[in-house]
Design a protein around this ligand. Structure first.
Ligand SMILES: [Zn+2]
Length: 444
C-alpha cells in the first residue's frame, strides 16, 4: 500500500495569525475550488505516483518515455464537474503517445462522466421525466447535463439485466399499457408491459423482469428454461404461489412455474366495479357498494405460526372453520349477483372462486402467509404506471422495457441488487481510504 501526501499552497504569517482568518481562508478555498478541486489535486498526485512506479509503453512495452504534453478533461461526477489535467507521454522507441492515467479509469477513457454519476442519473430518471431530471440534476449539481444526454445514457446502459434463476415464495405477474412512439401494422400505438416479480415471506422483493415484446408464453418458457438445467431431471416449480389478476393466457403460461395459484385480491375488487358499471350497466353507487361487499369477503388475518403445537393446532382449526364460512359467503355473494341479474359480474367471481383463498389453504398447509403481497403489487405497478403511463411520453418498446426494469431494480427492497451490480461496475473493491495525516512545513 503506498501512501501519498498532499500539499496545500498557503501563505501564513504567524505575526498576524488569526484562527478566524484560517477558517475564512479554508472556506474560500473550498468555495472557489470546491471538492472537485481536491479531486483534481489527488488525481495529479496519483498520476505522479503511477509514472514514478514505472510506466511502460502500451504499444511496444519499452519504458523510455518522455513527457509529451498536458491534456485537459472535464468529467461529470456526483460531487461536481471535475477538471482533470492529465499528462501525455511519448515513447522514444515507437514514437506513439498515450495518457498513463487512462488505464486507471473505471470507464472508457473518453467518457465525460464518472460511473457513479451515471448511476445517480439513472436513479434520477426513474422518478421523473428526462427533462425534469435534467433540471433537477442541474439544480443540485451546479453543472448542466442536457435531457438528451440523459436519454443517451439511458439508451446505452446495460444495468437492467436480471437473473431469473431463483426460487421464491410468491411469484407475481401483472401487466400495464403504455403509449408507443411508433404505430404497429394495425395502426395501434398501444403497447403493453409484462412484469414478473418475486416475493419472499421474509419481505424480500426480487424482480424477475419486464418485457414489452415477449408474450406470456415466451416469458413462461424462458423462466422455466433458466431454472431447468437438464431435461433428464423433472422440472420443479420455482415458486410456492403464483399471484395474477386471473388473465387466462397469463395463468395458462405461468402456472407451471408455481405450486399453486392465487387470484390477486386487489385486482378482484378493482375490476369488479368497472365490470358492473359498463358490462352489467349498474349505477355507480350500487357498483361501488357491491365491490365493497366483495372486498369484505376476501381478506382474513392469519395468525403468526405459534411455537406451541397445541396452540398452533387450535389456530389451524379456527382458520379452517373461518375458511369454510368465507367460501360459503362467496357462494352466497354469487347467488346474490345472479338474483340481481348481474351476469358478467357473476361469471367473473365464479371463475375466480377457486383461486381466491389459496393464501389461506397455503397457511393451513405450510404456515406461510402473504399479507403484504397484494399491497406490494399495487405499489409497484403504481410506480411503473406513474413513470411510464402518465408522463404523456411516448416510449419505444425497448425504452419502456428498460425503464420498467430500472424501476423494479430500484424499488426499496430490491435496491440491494442494484447496488451490488454497480459496486462491480465501479470497482468498489479498489481500496481507497483518505485521511488527514498532518502537515509538513517546508523551511523557507
Ligand atoms: Zn512504444
Amino acid at each position: 500500500m503506498s501512501k501519498l501526501s498532499l500539499h496545500i499552497g498557503s501563505e501564513v504569517s504567524l505575526k498576524d495569525f488569526s484562527f478566524s482568518q484560517l477558517i475564512v481562508a479554508v472556506k474560500n478555498l473550498f468555495d472557489t475550488e470546491g471538492i472537485p478541486g481536491l479531486v483534481k489535486v489527488l488525481v495529479t498526485l496519483i498520476e505522479q505516483m503511477l509514472i514514478r512506479s514505472g510506466v511502460e509503453c502500451p504499444y511496444c512495452k519499452t519504458n523510455e518515455l518522455h513527457r509529451h504534453s498536458e491534456g485537459h478533461r472535464r468529467v461529470k461526477t456526483s460531487i461536481g464537474e471535475v477538471r482533470l489535467t492529465l499528462s501525455r507521454l511519448v515513447c522514444m522507441k515507437c514514437k506513439k503517445t498515450f495518457v498513463p492515467f487512462n488505464r486507471l479509469f473505471d470507464i472508457d477513457p473518453y467518457s465525460r462522466k464518472s460511473r457513479e454519476f451515471e448511476k445517480l442519473s439513472l436513479e434520477t430518471i426513474t422518478n421523473q421525466s428526462f427533462r425534469r431530471s435534467a433540471r433537477n440534476l442541474n439544480d443540485t449539481m451546479g453543472f448542466s447535463t442536457s435531457h438528451t444526454t440523459l436519454h443517451r445514457w439511458f439508451n446505452r446502459t446495460d444495468s437492467v439485466n436480471m437473473n431469473v434463476n431463483k426460487k421464491v415464495d410468491f411469484l407475481i405477474a401483472d401487466g400495464t399499457g403504455f403509449k408507443r412512439a411508433k404505430r404497429d401494422k394495425f395502426d395501434s400505438n398501444k403497447g403493453s408491459i409484462k412484469v414478473l416479480i418475486g416475493y419472499n415471506k421474509n419481505g424480500d422483493v426480487i424482480p424477475f423482469g419486464a418485457w414489452t415484446r415477449a408474450s406470456w408464453k415466451d416469458i413462461g418458457r424462458y423462466v422455466k428454461k433458466e431454472n431447468h438445467p437438464s431435461d433428464k431431471i423433472k422440472f420443479k416449480p420455482i415458486a410456492g404461489t403464483l399471484i395474477t389478476d386471473g388473465e387466462e393466457e397469463m395463468v395458462r403460461q405461468l402456472k407451471k412455474l408455481a405450486m399453486s395459484h392465487q387470484r390477486c385480491l386487489f385486482h378482484m375488487t378493482h375490476e369488479l366495479t368497472p365490470l358492473l358499471r359498463y358490462k352489467d350497466i349498474v349505477g355507480k353507487d350500487e357498483a361501488l357498494k357491491i365491490s365493497e361487499e366483495l372486498n369484505e369477503l376476501l381478506y382474513l388475518d392469519l395468525p403468526e405460526t405459534d411455537a406451541d403445537p397445541l396452540k398452533s393446532l387450535e389456530d389451524k382449526l379456527k382458520i379452517e372453520i373461518k375458511l369454510k364460512a368465507m367460501k360459503e359467503a362467496i357462494d352466497a355473494f354469487i347467488k346474490e349477483l345472479h338474483a340481481l341479474g348481474y351476469a358478467k359480474a357473476k361469471t367473473f367471481v365464479e371463475n375466480a372462486k377457486a383461486q381466491l383463498f389459496t393464501y389461506i389453504d397455503n397457511w393451513i398447509k405450510t404456515g406461510i402467509s402473504n399479507p403484504k403481497v397484494t399491497s406490494l403489487v399495487e405499489r409497484m405497478m403504481r410506480e411503473i404506471k406513474r413513470r411510464i403511463k402518465r408522463m404523456g411520453y411516448r416510449w419505444s418498446e425497448n425504452g419502456a422495457e428498460k425503464m420498467t426494469r430500472l424501476i423494479l431494480l430500484q424499488l426499496s427492497s430490491t435496491k440491494h441488487f442494484w447496488e451490488t451490480q454497480w459496486q462491480e461496475k465501479m470497482g468498489i473493491n479498489a481500496n481507497i481510504k483518505l485521511t488527514f495525516l498532518g502537515i509538513t512545513v517546508d523551511q523557507v
